[in-house]
Design a protein around this ligand. Structure first.
Ligand code: ATP
Ligand code: MG
Length: 286
């Protein structure tokens, strides 16, 4: 179809599963058989390209794809001119500098005149410039953590999530230089018809994200406590109050963020709330 939008997603890796899950939660159906590089949705005007994440910013900048889902680390490193439409909240990680465990570290000046191995020469270069540290950047594409032990570099700059890979390689994290999560990116010159489809997709993504952040709460309370309880869980517009079969009691239904629920749980119970249920919300449109 002429007016399909194309979304580039990672073929296989740490972004793939969550990217496809988000698309499915938006109600978009498609088949992605193993090894397939392209797929068309059956119920939304969208086509998927399954690519290496390194290629996604470039494909979106060039217009080969209209949208893409990629980590901010890869996006900033590739330095392509695209628009970030939305942070997606998954594949969170950080880029850090690390040095051999036994070394004494006094501050970022440690790296002056040293050799640092990384797959992120741009992000690292920008950081060192900002800190006014002169160091040699040694670009390698993978297995960065072994560089110090084989004498290739004195330090590394790489993605860290738990830190266990660093530890296994006798390294310690000394500076966090960049924080990343998955983002939805868009070509800068989309034709209006495509923009309209993108709007529809964004509307669905917002509904999914809002749903995740909120919970549906149901509880029973004596009628005398209802005002207090409403003030604790005010809901989207105002809570629903239904009478229970038992005289003098009501059921209160509301929508609140999970954090707000935990903050108010003791007060709710003190106010007389009982039989409290907290239920996930699939989608939420305000
Ligand atoms: P490709 O083969 O597509 O080039 P890759 O090996 O470069 O994949 P992955 O390891 O799959 O990349 O990671 C993809 C992205 O996921 C990273 O660029 C980063 O944004 C994020 N990421 C990396 N490691 C983690 C982690 N441990 N936890 C969460 N997110 C991570
Ligand atoms: Mg990659």
């Amino acid at each position: 179809m002429e007016n399909n939008i194309r979304i580039a997603v990672q073929k296989s890796g740490r972004l793939s599963e969550e990217s496809l899950k988000l698309i499915k939660e938006c109600g978009i159906k498609f088949h992605n058989g193993a090894g397939k590089l392209k797929s068309t949705a059956t119920n939304f005007p969208v086509e998927f390209l399954f690519l290496r994440d390194d290629d996604i910013p470039g494909y979106v900048a060039d217009g080969v794809a209209d949208l893409g889902i990629v980590g901010e680390n890869e996006l900033v490193e590739k330095n392509k001119d695209v628009t970030v439409l939305k942070k997606l909240g998954f594949s969170k990680c950080r880029l850090s500098l690390a040095i051999p465990k036994g070394e004494e570290y006094s501050g970022v000046g440690y790296f002056e005149g040293k050799n640092i191995a990384t797959s992120y020469p741009k992000i690292l270069g920008d950081y060192l410039k900002l800190k006014q540290v002169q160091a040699e950047i040694h670009e390698i594409s993978g297995s960065v953590e072994i560089a110090p032990s084989i004498g290739l570099a004195e330090g590394i700059c790489d993605i860290v999530s738990s830190g266990s890979t660093l530890m296994m390689n006798g390294l310690k994290e000394v500076e966090e230089i960049f924080q990343s999560e998955a983002v939805l990116i868009c070509n800068n010159a989309l034709p209006v018809e495509k923009q309209q489809i993108v709007e529809k997709l964004l509307f669905r993504m917002d509904a999914v994200q809002k749903g995740k952040k909120n919970k549906y709460v149901l509880l029973n309370a004596p009628n005398a406590s209802i005002d207090k309880i409403i003030s604790l869980i005010p809901g989207m517009r105002s809570p629903t109050i239904l009478p229970l079969a038992e005289e003098g009691w009501s059921s209160v239904h509301s929508v609140i963020s999970e954090d707000q629920f935990w903050e108010n749980i003791e007060e709710l119970r003190t106010a007389g709330a009982q039989g409290i249920l907290v239920v996930p919300i699939e989608k939420m449109v305000l």
